[in-house]
Design a protein around this ligand. Structure first.
Ligand code: ADE
Ligand code: ZN
Length: 350
């Protein structure tokens, strides 16, 4: 997308937090099941008669002390077990959209994990209809453009992924693309080469988690074998200079999730996060919340805490905002509208 250059005005450091809150945003990496707050998990468990292995909201929340991705995924899948009916999926997404609207999110591309639900006997229709209705209402009630991306669980087989794709195809008009998530190490992208080739033939957009905990080689194969259009996380690219150069040259969007990386010990401390290094190397990095109910923050929390910890500037904020809108799967016309809104807010803060 070409657009006239915009000079980012200088913003007084004390005004930066307000600018970060007010900035229009696109969220490109949110697992909707990861937005289930403990209070809603307990409410849905009560409504659906599902027994939970935790006595209270507090004891569930106190279990959120993760050491790596797998330690989180075990609790995340247990939390999703309370989702049974279409209204449950609607309520979960609705709660997310209320938070997103408060954080000035204009566009959200939501990941969902159908295999987590179909394995428990919940139908694909139940999942997608509930989420899709919430997306339609998000536009009507909050002005948020929302789309769905179906994720395959990479710890399961290629056969299971193909069966999931088949089950979803009658609802093809209700999701825009596919992704790849769950346990990364030991499950390289190429395991799903044929599934993604089929998705490409079907005209689906393609993204994949790569380089969260896994090596740069997984980012290379997500790009070259799966032919994805964005990399989810991708922070391990920093260890491969040739890959960094390619990502910068091709402006491949990276959907970075700083609070997630902190909570899953990808970086020892938020202050050591490499978001600034990725941006300064010319990569199209963005900020996202991943699983906000588990990692202690939605979009504005991610922006505010990361900027406070790493000393990023208004220039970085603008670049992050622009990267997200440009890296989204919105139409060119919608992107122009988002960018005009982003620049209007920056002008207001000059
Ligand atoms: N599923 C939900 N959150 C995830 C993450 N951060 N990485 C991989 N799979 C996920
Ligand atoms: Zn993720």
């Amino acid at each position: 997308m070409t657009r006239p250059d915009f000079t980012v005005p200088s913003v007084a450091p004390e005004r930066l937090p307000d600018l970060l809150r007010a900035m229009p945003k696109a969220e490109l990496h949110i697992h909707i099941e990861g937005s289930l707050e403990p209070e809603l998990i307990f409410a849905l468990a009560g409504r659906n008669g599902v027994a939970l292995p935790y006595a209270s909201v507090e004891s569930l929340r106190s279990a959120y002390a993760f050491t790596d991705l797998q330690s989180f995924l075990d609790i995340y899948y247990a939390g999703a077990s309370v989702l049974l009916h279409e209204q449950d999926f609607y309520d979960m997404a609705r709660a997310y959209f209320e938070r997103a609207a408060a954080d000035n999110v204009l566009r959200a591309e939501l990941f969902f994990d159908p295999q987590t639900h179909t394995a428990r006997g919940v139908s694909m229709q139940t999942v997608i209809h509930g989420l899709h209705r919430a997306c339609a209402d998000a536009k009507a009630d909050f002005g948020i453009d929302a789309e769905l991306i179906l994720c395959f669980l990479r710890h399961l087989s290629e056969e299971d992924a193909f069966a999931t794709l088949e089950a979803a195809l009658p609802l093809r008009d209700k999701f825009i693309g596919v992704g790849l998530d769950s346990s990364e190490l030991g499950h390289p992208p190429e395991k799903f080469a044929r599934v993604f080739a089929r998705c490409r033939e079907l005209g689906l957009r393609r993204v994949a988690h790569a380089g969260e905990e896994g090596p740069p080689a997984y980012i290379w194969s997500a790009l070259d074998v799966l032919q994805v259009e964005r990399i989810d996380h991708g922070v391990q690219a920093i260890h491969d200079a040739e890959l960094m150069a390619r990502l910068a040259r091709e402006r491949v969007p990276l959907t970075v999730c700083p609070l997630s990386n902190q909570k899953l010990c990808v970086f020892p401390d938020l202050a050591e996060h490499n978001l600034g290094a990725l941006l300064d190397a010319g990569l199209a990095a963005t900020v996202n919340s991943d699983d906000p109910a588990y990692f202690g923050g939605y979009m504005n929390d991610n922006f505010l805490q990361t900027f406070a910890a790493t000393g990023l500037t208004a220039q970085h904020a603008y670049q992050l905002g622009r990267n997200a809108f440009e890296g989204s799967f919105a139409s060119a016309e919608a992107k122009r509208g988002y960018m005009a809104q982003l620049e209007a807010v920056f002008r207001r803060f000059s």
